[in-house]
Design a protein around this ligand. Structure first.
Ligand code: LMG
Ligand code: NDP
Ligand code: PMR
Length: 383
């Protein structure tokens, strides 16, 4: 029974890869068993967590002190970089259980182990944001865990600065906007009701934004600049068939598509705030955690860039931040009692103190946010 449930969390990539070479299958045979073992223990943990999941404040401690139950945070793209560092930072407090929503189950499980995360502090659930079906399946699977969902962090992203031609998600959207914005848009919309029904004192939906999408900064003025235009390409479905693959209707540019997707992330957070903050009490926020120049985000950039970018950010712009420090920053946005304000975009100064930052004119345009919301909900099948 537990095993049967566990297999439903296995990545679809696994079943596809089972048809690979003999060597491949043998390799998978070992890893698959590992995956099952891990998920089984994770399911055991689920029962434990479910048992203490309600109410949010447990009064029965021997000292008579009221203790907050463990919070549960879903983090997309927790298999590397910022997502992994945040998962680790939260898990280490002992106050959070992390649901690592990842497209590559084995990579995620290895990453969590290598990061030294306690096995009982996380559950890996498969999520491929490049497929709306996978997003819907993820929502079903995560509900089956019967854990409350107290915080959702939309962190995963792809960046394709060197791609000459666009690539597409399973639903035919240009990849960067499809994964970074549309996949997360559907996920966040679906999980809003779960957040709303959580009894945790501070429920939050966090979306990772970036300075490079904000044209009111130097970094946001490095070409190509973000610009959603009148959203004509998005309205056409971003599919390259009878419509542009770029939101503004222009020619494909992978770096611009990424920056545009970050503008969408920041606009989405604000539109959530306007539509749902009062009604649900959920805090909606975005952030720029600093330039984490060493993460996998730059995996498709040319080797020279990957070599020079970290020292450039460390010694010239001074915008560099380590994965560990950035993880602490995002963990703060997830859990710090002082960061409950909704509708804001957080940044940090050199002493690592958080402050509410100003978004660019486009990234704070309420009409654009509304239009983006309405087009996006049609594209993901919600309207
Ligand atoms: C586009 O190019 C790409 O076409 C696209 O594919 C995508 O990648 C997109 O935004 C992403 O970028 C844009 C970019 C390419 O072009 C520009 O930005 C135009 C300006 C180009 C200028 C390049 C000169 C680089 C040298 C600058 C060094 C100093 C600048 C100082 C500025 C600060 C002033 C206070 O640009 C690049 O690819 C540049 C690569 C960025 C890395 C720059 C590395 C600089 C070298 C620094 C060495 C660091 C060593 C530090 C050690 C210090 C020890 C004390
Ligand atoms: P990484 O590449 O290290 O992490 C990205 C994560 O997203 C990985 O776990 C990756 O999975 C996952 N991911 C990619 N595609 C999908 C998909 N289709 N479905 C599910 N997960 C997916 O980059 P960062 O840690 O740097 O990026 C994290 C966030 O931080 C992004 O939102 C990025 O825009 C933002 N950011 C980063 C900055 C930086 O300087 N690095 C600066 C500002 C913002 P896998 O491990 O399987 O590849
Ligand atoms: Mg940038 C002045 C400060 C600053 C900061 C904080 C960043 C962050 N960058 C700055 C300046 C510059 N960058 C300057 C002056 C240049 C020209 C040399 C420059 C170039 C540059 C490139 C080519 N920067 C880049 C790239 C990328 O490919 C990265 C990118 O745009 O990804 C979308 C990037 C970034 N610079 C940043 C940050 C945070 C990034 C990457 C990550 C992101 O936005 O998510």
């Amino acid at each position: 029974m537990a095993l049967q449930a566990a297999t439903s969390f296995l990545p679809s990539a696994l079943s596809a890869r089972k048809e690979g070479s003999v060597k491949d299958s043998a390799f998978l045979g070992v890893r698959l068993a590992d995956g099952l073992k891990l998920e089984t223990s994770a399911l055991g943990q689920r029962a434990k967590t479910a048992a203490v999941s309600s109410p949010s404040v447990t009064p029965a401690s021997p000292s008579g002190k009221k203790t907050l139950r463990k919070g549960t945070a879903v983090i997309t793209g927790a298999s590397s970089g910022l997502g992994l560092a945040t998962a680790k930072a939260l898990a280490e407090t002992g106050k959070w259980h992390v649901i690592m929503a990842c497209r590559d189950f084995l990579k995620a499980s290895r990453a969590a182990t290598a990061a030294g995360m306690d096995k009982g502090s996380y559950t890996i659930v498969h999520l491929d944001l490049a497929s709306l079906d996978s997003v819907r399946q993820f929502v079903k699977n995560v509900r089956q865990l019967e854990m409350p969902i107290d915080v959702v962090v939309c962190n995963a992203a792809v960046y394709q600065p060197t791609a000459k031609e666009p690539s597409y998600t399973a639903d035919g959207f240009e990849m960067s906007v499809g994964v970074n914005h549309l996949g997360h848009f559907l996920l966040a919309r679906e999980l809003l009701s779960d957040l709303q029904s959580s009894d945790y004192p501070s429920k939050r939906l966090i979306i990772v934004g970036s300075i490079t999408g904000n044209t009111n900064t130097l970094a946001g003025n490095v070409p190509p600049k973000a610009n959603l235009g009148d959203l004509r390409g998005l309205a056409g479905g971003l599919n390259g068939v009878g419509s542009s693959v770029m939101i503004d209707g222009g020619e494909f540019d992978g770096a611009k598509a990424y920056k545009d997707s970050k503008v969408c992330n920041m606009l989405t957070m604000q539109e959530f705030h306007r539509r749902y903050h009062e009604e649900t009490g959920v805090t909606f926020a975005s952030l720029y955690p600093g330039c984490i120049a060493t993460t996998g985000l730059f995996r498709e950039h040319i080797p020279l860039f990957r070599l020079l970018f970290p020292p450039f950010q460390k010694y010239i712009t001074k915008g560099y931040v380590s994965e560990e420090e950035a993880g602490k920053r995002l963990a703060q946005v997830v859990s710090d009692p002082s960061l409950t304000k909704s509708g804001v975009y957080w940044s940090w100064n050199k002493n690592s103190a958080s402050f509410e930052n100003q978004l660019s004119e486009e990234a704070s345009d309420a009409d654009k946010a509304k239009k983006l919301w309405e087009i996006s909900e049609k594209l993901v099948g919600l309207a």
